[in-house]
Design a protein around this ligand. Sequence first.
Ligand code: TMP
Length: 215
Amino acid sequence: MSSFITFEGIEGCGKTTQIQRVAELLRSENHTVQLTREPGGCPIADQIRTILLDADNRAMVPETELLLYAAARAQHVAEIIRPALAANRIVLCDRFTDATYAYQGFARGLDKNMVSHLNSLATGGLIPDLTILVDCPVSIGLGRAKARIASSSGPREERFEQEALQFHDQVRAGYLQLAAKNPNRFRIIDGTAPIERVTAAIHQQITTYLTSHTG
Ligand code: TMP
């Protein structure tokens, strides 16, 4: 049976490292895993990602940002996620609709009904089966994210890292509120623990979920 599992958290929480480690573990157990991410995951959405994360796009207004995330998601869901679920894969997705609630809704202050409406339009009502929230304090996450950017020679995907501390505090608070409201779907993992312990905790949560839902 297919499963749709999303990973969420603030900048530098470690979710991208963790999703790769967990994908490898699941594959070693003979699960068929599709690893993907937002914004992006397919060529059209990757082009939208470049616009969204370009540090030179300081003039972007929140409404443009919201619509571009929705546009990227619509393409990604149709082209990658739905076909992978139809093929009975375990889809692991680095960020999804909860990121739009946390960043555009809670932190940017856009109307949450509007966010919800656009999320529904983009996903056609697809909701993750399980969401792993890798939680860590903003001071730790931003420190890691800035160190990564300083040592990277890739594209300057740092528009969000340049936001004020208060913005990231709101993102974290938003995620924790979403988790509190959806306790059946969310699992909160301590992202400050050593890397191996975080992987083991996530793997255990996913295994428990898969065993109880797919037999
Ligand atoms: P990443 O750092 O996980 O690659 O995510 C890219 C950035 O996009 C990150 O700063 C969070 C932001 N984001 C939103 O603001 N809204 C969204 O809906 C998504 C998917 C990401």
